[in-house]
Design a protein. Structure first.
Length: 369
C-alpha cells in the first residue's frame, strides 16, 4: 500500500524564469542543470513563450527524464504584480535569473540565481529588499559570491558540473595534435572572450618561435546575427592566416573532438580589464577551461576572475597577465613533455574530484534544501 500511495502522491512543482533563455549560454546550462538535479521530486515548469527542449538537449547534452512544461511568459510585461504573485503561489520552488528588476513572489521557496557580478543588477533599494524578503540568492562561483557579499547580499554558491563525456575521457587513449583551441561566444560586450587578443598572441607566437610554425589555432563559439560585424573584424585581424580557423556555431560533438585533439587551451576573458572596477567583465567561472583540462589540454587563462579559482598556476594549468607571459609559458611547456604530462594528470584529477555531476547534485540539494 505504501508503494502505491507513493506513486499516487502528487509531485511538487518548481518553476524558472530566465529573461536570457534565448542565449543558451553557460549560465543557462547551469540553472537548467540545477532544475534537473531536483526533477526526481519536482515537476519542472519554465516561463517562456516557445519550447526550447530540443535546443537544450542539442547544445548542452542535457535531457530531462520528464517532459518540461512551458508556460506563457507572464514576465514580459512590467506591472501587474498581483497577477504574477497569484500565479507563482502554485509553485513550491521558484528560480529567477535577474535582469535587475524584482517582484513579489507567492511561491513557497524562492531563489535569485546570479550569473554576473554586475552591481546594477543588485540595486537593493528599500522596495527591492521588501520584494526579496522571501528570496535566497545563489551564485555560480566563489568569485561572484564574494562580490555580492561586498554589496551586502548574503548568498550561497553552486559550482556547475562538467558533462560525463569529459569526465570519462581516458587521456591515455587521446592523441594530441599541434593545435591551440579557444572556446567562447563571438561578441565584444559583457565578459568578452577577447578572440582579438588570442589571434594577435598566436601570430606573434608563430613569428617568434619556429617550433610553432605548424601549429593551428581553432576559435570555436556561438555567433549571433548581431555580432557578425565583430566576427568580420576578427577575420581581418587574422589577416588570411591559414593556420587560424574559425568554427562559429559548431556542434557539441565538434567541440568535444577539438578539445580532444588540442594540445593547448587559451582563455583571455578579463584581459585589459580593471577587475576591481568592472568585475562583470572578467571570467565569472570558467566552465570551458574545465572542459579543456578534462580533455587533456594544458590551459592558459588570464589571471583574473573565476579563472583564478579554477587554475592553480603550474599545478593544473597556467595563469598569465600579458601577451609575452602567455607566449613564454606556452613555449616552455611545449618544450617539456614530462611537465605537460604531469599537468594534464593533475588537471584531470582535479576536475573528476570537484566537478562531476554527482558532486554538483549533492552540492545543489545541500544549498536548496
Amino acid at each position: 500500500m505504501r508503494n502505491k500511495s507513493n506513486l499516487l502522491r502528487k509531485k511538487l512543482k518548481a518553476a524558472l524564469y530566465n529573461p536570457y533563455l534565448d542565449v543558451l549560454g553557460g549560465g543557462e546550462k547551469h540553472i537548467l542543470s540545477i532544475l534537473k538535479a531536483i526533477e526526481d521530486k519536482y515537476e519542472i515548469n519554465i516561463f517562456w513563450d516557445e519550447p526550447l527542449e530540443n535546443e537544450i538537449k542539442q547544445k548542452f547534452s542535457l535531457q530531462f527524464i520528464n517532459k518540461l512544461k512551458w508556460l506563457p511568459n507572464i514576465f514580459r510585461k512590467r506591472g501587474n504584480w498581483l497577477e504574477k504573485f497569484i500565479i507563482l503561489r502554485k509553485f513550491d520552488l521558484f528560480f529567477y535569473v535577474t535582469d535587475g528588476s524584482y517582484f513579489f513572489s507567492g511561491a513557497k521557496k524562492n531563489f535569485v540565481f546570479c550569473m554576473v557580478p554586475r552591481r546594477d543588477l543588485y540595486g537593493m533599494t528599500f522596495v527591492n529588499r521588501l520584494k526579496t524578503l522571501n528570496f535566497r540568492f545563489i551564485t555560480n562561483s566563489c568569485f561572484t559570491h564574494l562580490w555580492l557579499e561586498k554589496w551586502g547580499i548574503k548568498n550561497d554558491y553552486i559550482y556547475p558540473y562538467i558533462n560525463n563525456e569529459f569526465i570519462s575521457l581516458d587521456l591515455k587513449k587521446i592523441k594530441k595534435e599541434k593545435i591551440i583551441v579557444s572556446v567562447g561566444r563571438f561578441f565584444r560586450h559583457l565578459h568578452a572572450k577577447r578572440q582579438d587578443f588570442i589571434i594577435e598572441s598566436f601570430k606573434k607566437l608563430q613569428q617568434n618561435h619556429h617550433l610553432f610554425k605548424d601549429f593551428k589555432l581553432y576559435l570555436i563559439g556561438g555567433l549571433k546575427e548581431e555580432d557578425k560585424n565583430y566576427f568580420k573584424e576578427l577575420k581581418l585581424i587574422a589577416g588570411g592566416n591559414k593556420n587560424i580557423i574559425f568554427l562559429p556555431n559548431a556542434s557539441y560533438q565538434t567541440l568535444i573532438e577539438y578539445y580532444k585533439k588540442s594540445m593547448f587551451y587559451w582563455h583571455a576573458t578579463g584581459y585589459g580589464v580593471d577587475e576591481k572596477k568592472n568585475p562583470e567583465a572578467v571570467e565569472h567561472m570558467g566552465i570551458t577551461s574545465l572542459e579543456a583540462i578534462a580533455a587533456g589540454c594544458v590551459a592558459f587563462c588570464h589571471n583574473s576572475g573565476g579563472s583564478k579559482e579554477m587554475v592553480t598556476n603550474g599545478i593544473n594549468g597556467f595563469l598569465y597577465d600579458n601577451l609575452d607571459e602567455l607566449i613564454n609559458k606556452t613555449t616552455i611547456v611545449y618544450r617539456n613533455e614530462n611537465q605537460r604530462q604531469k599537468l594534464t594528470e593533475n588537471a584531470k584529477e582535479y576536475v573528476v574530484e570537484n566537478f562531476s555531476y554527482e558532486v554538483f547534485k549533492k552540492r545543489a540539494k545541500g544549498v536548496l534544501f
